[in-house]
Design a protein. Structure first.
Lengths: 464, 63
């Protein structure tokens, strides 16, 4: 499917109607989704009403909003008015339907985007796969024998398969960046607190972020800009005005870019290293640096996630343990037993790791690292082998993203195609690169992504 | 980890489960002990990291 900017421009010029774009989108979903299992619900009736309203606005000669007629879908932890918010869990299936859209879904609608459905995810957003015990496996659009990553797997795969130009997801420890890397799409995890989480199903309040996926950098920026702005209903949302990033995606001259070594190099396999090398060369980055607290920041994220997630779900774990998936229930209960001393120490580490990162940003404007340690694993693959070291797949896929979200930095993940691997099928798969900014500098992350897109280094490759 | 450590870990998990209102059979408890053991291993990393005594924790409550 065309990019969001192209779709919006065609509709604004009268070259296409929103109804015809929606018809194309529905046909793509009907053709591709049965193989991939991205959608858990479709909202086509609502979409038809929204598309008709856009076409009526155009017919009346009134100005159209920036995403007018652009189809999108959301991870099924975002509230959609009139639908039950599943968050990938059977325990939520009997809940009352949402009374209103989540805040950022409403903002996308206000910007003219047309909602077509809800997307599959890892149960309760706890994990880097989307091998959901209740709602099935979401498969990788580039190789059906492999996973889409998670927890926002449906969101990434739907864009990677060409069904949609924009989707929304959430990222607590890597749940936008890992599936974006594995499915070969653009993803933005903004600064912690930039976008409101109001009306989203929570997981780890002190780490939860929300953000977009897209098939182009401009589309990503348009969606991000549409969703910005304060929201007092989310206590973690920064009460700062919108800072539009899509206005100019030019990378300033003289920008200083550091390549993260140490932990980020050790846990990147040859394909992931090659992706970083390609991105660094195109951005003119030559200097290596190190975030020395990366390993401990990852550990801190683990402890905080376990404790908050376990505490959040405790009442229902007591009452409905068997209704949770086997991959998550014992982890959640164990997390709820973490002593307070561990959590407080983890939060102290988090502050300290943040201070170390800020020292790096005195020398650099952007940092780059791989977004996943390797290409997409096979569905059901138990372990990853990274430079001779074995790590469980479920935890290992987030090894490069957790240290960054732990300290809330903005990251744009771009799809790079390293052409490395032991087999032809592996050489055809992407590994994403994280473009990491200082807090509130999403504009630089997006501008660097745009530079890589224009250089032909970062691209979404269409799939039949 | 020694056998004594393992026993302490299991004893902690059993006591904490009871304190929090959970009631599980031995098979479920074994799974939870395994998961808790992983968390305990990771927790050592955060305690091994040298921090200034007065380091503030990250979350700040803003009324």
């Amino acid at each position: 499917m065309a990019s969001a900017a192209d779709v919006a421009q065609q509709i604004a010029k009268g070259a296409r109607s929103a109804a015809s774009v929606l018809a194309e989108c529905k046909a793509l979903i009907r053709a591709k989704d049965p193989d991939l299992n991205c959608f858990t619900a479709k909202t086509f009736e609502r979409a038809e009403r929204e598309a008709a309203a856009i076409d009526a606005t155009y017919a009346e000669g009134r100005a159209l909003p920036p995403l007018a007629g652009v189809p999108f879908a959301v991870k099924n932890l975002f509230d959609i008015e009139g639908m039950v918010t599943l968050a990938g869990a059977k325990i939520n299936a009997g809940n009352a339907p949402a009374a209103a859209d989540a805040k950022i879904v409403a903002r996308m609608s206000r910007a003219g985007a047309v909602l077509v459905g809800a997307l599959n995810m890892e149960e309760l957003a706890y994990g880097f796969l989307t091998e959901n015990h209740h709602y099935g496996i979401t498969r990788n659009p580039h190789d059906r024998s492999r996973g889409a990553g998670g927890s926002s797997g449906g969101s990434a795969a739907a864009v990677g398969a060409g069904m949609l130009p924009i989707t929304l997801g959430s990222d607590t420890s890597g749940s936008i960046r890992v599936p974006a890397s594995l499915c070969g799409v653009f993803g933005l995890k903004p600064t912690y607190g930039r976008l409101p989480r109001t009306g989203t199903y929570p997981f780890v309040s002190s780490l939860d972020h929300v953000g977009p996926f897209a098939n182009s950098v401009l589309g990503l920026a348009l969606a991000y800009d549409a969703m910005q702005g304060p929201d007092p209903a989310d206590p973690a949302c920064a009460q700062r005005a919108s800072e539009p990033a899509g206005v100019s995606l030019l990378l300033p001259r003289g920008i200083r870019i550091g390549i993260l070594g140490g932990w980020f190099h050790e846990w990147a396999d040859p394909a992931a290293r090659r992706s970083v090398q390609l991105a660094a060369a195109a951005l003119g980055a030559t200097e290596w640096t190190e975030l020395k607290s990366a390993e401990v920041a990852r550990a801190a994220a683990y402890i905080i996630t376990g404790a908050e997630g376990g505490a959040l779900h405790r009442p229902r774990l007591i009452e409905q343990y068997e209704d949770f998936g086997p991959a998550s229930r014992s982890r959640l209960v164990a997390g709820g037993l973490i002593p307070a001393t561990w959590v407080i120490q983890a939060q102290r580490v988090r502050r300290h790791a943040y201070a170390q990162a800020m020292e790096l940003f005195e020398r650099f404007d952007l940092l780059i690292a791989a977004a996943a340690p390797a290409v997409a694993p096979k569905v059901g693959q138990e372990t990853l082998l990274i430079n001779g070291r074995s790590i469980p797949t479920k935890a290992g896929l987030g090894v490069l993203t957790q240290p960054i979200s732990c300290i809330g930095l903005p990251v744009c993940t771009v799809p790079v195609w390293p052409g490395e691997g032991d087999s032809a099928e592996e050489r055809a798969l992407p590994v994403g690169v994280q473009l990491i900014g200082a807090p509130w500098r999403e504009d630089l992350c997006l501008a660097a992504a745009r530079t890589l897109e224009q250089a032909g280094i970062a691209a979404v490759r269409a799939r039949d | 980890m020694t056998e004594t450590d393992d026993n302490h870990l299991e004893a902690y998990v059993r006591a904490a489960l009871a304190l929090q209102g959970y009631s599980f059979g031995d098979a479920e408890i074994a799974q939870i002990v395994m998961q808790f053991s992983r968390l305990e291993t990771i927790s050592r990393t955060v305690f091994d990291w040298p921090l200034p005594f007065a380091s503030e924790p990250a979350p700040v409550f803003r009324p």
